[in-house]
Write a protein that binds this ligand. Structure first.
Ligand code: AMP
Length: 401
């Protein structure tokens, strides 16, 4: 952040979309903790911070009478915790725009924080409304975007608001700087060999990413349910009841052809841990992935596949991992993801640059307590996917223009 915050009111877009329990206690404060360094730097330099964020989807989850469930989605639930984490005075404005917000912002003293109410209480936020963004912009002297997770959305507080500040009065926050730096490192001239590991449920979600990987990867490892659509794209394979996207077979076939032409090695799982139902207590057996019997479904990569994937990962200098290898939420189908996570940690130890992104693979790495043993864990699911796909994210573009 190359802005001197002394005497300035910094309008900061943070991502405080934290999980709350039924009594509105924060069950995971990672996002708040990660925003602290940016806010502290502003306060320590003698500035004040006006924080704005969304929390959940209040407009989609309204009360039966059509009103907004303010109690459930208010950011007020976060004030006490924020005070503790920031060790600063934290005020709260009951609305993110309008007189009370303006008054409280104007009265804010250096070293103090004002948390604005959920921006998504206003439909103008997600619509990217100019007039609404202008009102938000009027609250601060400078604008900081530290919410990487929403940088792929052209919402008022993530993108449009930045148009009201000139280049010297806006910047990324420290968290967002780190995300951009690491993702750029992964895709621009990465050290070779580069291995991209993908998994998860759907080919349709990941196909753009896979196609982009063809530009710079040496190896692409495909696990998760999406592997079975690729498996079916090969002649003579049967995958039983595994989750497949029949309408994506052509895309899968084309991708395998393109990879071959580009000289990129694509590894599909040789074997699979199969279950007789999609359940934690399913009967299980290991089968070749191209010969899964009727009535059985592939729910994890098998032990031979896990060994093969791990061996490629361990020999890589750059590893990008997005998506679990199986239904890792169920212990019987978590081994493939575990083996991959450990191999990524071991590659890191040997000097590789490794990056994990996407909600489920991040959860797996955290569960295995390996987050500190990989080079970078991204906080931005969809935003990171789009960044890796090579798309220009509106929230990033708005800071640079
Ligand atoms: P995604 O959000 O696309 O990364 O998908 C993650 C989800 O895919 C997780 O909830 C996994 O349980 C699920 N998943 C991974 N492998 C399989 C599989 N073989 N069959 C069904 N679901 C899977």
């Amino acid at each position: 952040m190359n802005i001197n915050f002394k005497g300035k009111k910094a309008l900061v877009r943070v991502d405080f979309n934290v999980p709350l329990d039924k009594a509105y206690n924060i069950t995971d404060d990672t996002r708040i903790r990660e925003a602290v360094p940016t806010i502290r730097q502003i306060l320590d330099q003698g500035g004040s911070a006006i924080l704005m964020s969304h929390l959940g989807r209040p407009l989609e989850k309204k009360n039966p009478d059509g009103s907004i469930n303010r109690e459930k989605f208010t950011l007020k639930h976060l004030v006490k915790h924020l005070r503790k984490k920031l060790k600063a005075k934290v005020h709260f404005a009951e609305d993110c725009v309008g007189k009370p917000a303006e008054k409280k912002a104007a009265a804010l003293k250096p070293g103090e924080v004002l948390l604005l109410e959920n921006t998504r209480f206003h439909p103008e936020e997600e619509a990217g409304d100019e007039a609404f963004a202008k009102k938000l912009a009027a609250l601060g002297d400078v604008y900081i975007n530290d919410a990487f997770g929403t940088a792929h959305r052209a919402h008022a507080s993530t993108t449009i608001v930045a148009h009201y500040f000139d280049k010297s009065h806006k910047s990324f926050g420290l968290l967002m700087e780190r995300e951009i730096l690491n993702a750029s490192r992964a895709i621009h001239n990465p050290a070779k060999p580069v291995t991209c590991v993908t998994g998860g449920a759907k080919v349709s979600d990941k196909i753009l990413l896979l196609e982009k990987f063809l530009d710079y990867a040496d190896n692409i490892l495909i696990g998760g349910a999406m592997a079975y659509t690729f498996m079916l794209a090969k002649k003579g394979a049967t995958v039983g009841n595994s989750l497949v996207e029949a309408d994506k077979l052509k895309i899968a076939k084309d991708f395998l052809k393109k990879a071959k032409a580009a000289g990129v090695k694509v590894l599909l799982p040789k074997d699979s841990v199969c279950g007789d139902k999609f359940a934690a207590d399913a009967q299980t057996q290991v089968c070749p992935s191209h010969q899964i019997p009727d009535g059985w479904m592939g729910l994890d990569i098998g032990p031979a596949a896990a060994r093969a994937f791990a061996s490629v990962i361990r020999k890589s200098q750059t590893v990008i991992w997005n998506g679990p290898m199986g239904v890792f939420e169920m212990p019987a189908f978590a081994d493939g993801t575990k083996v991959v996570a450990k191999a990524v940690a071991s590659a890191t130890k040997k000097g590789a640059f490794t990056m994990v992104g996407g909600g489920d693979s991040v959860a797996a790495v955290n569960q295995l307590k390996l987050a500190k043993k990989v080079s970078f864990v991204s906080t931005g699911g969809g935003a990171m996917l789009e960044f890796l796909e090579g798309k220009e994210l509106p929230g990033i573009k708005a800071i640079g223009s």
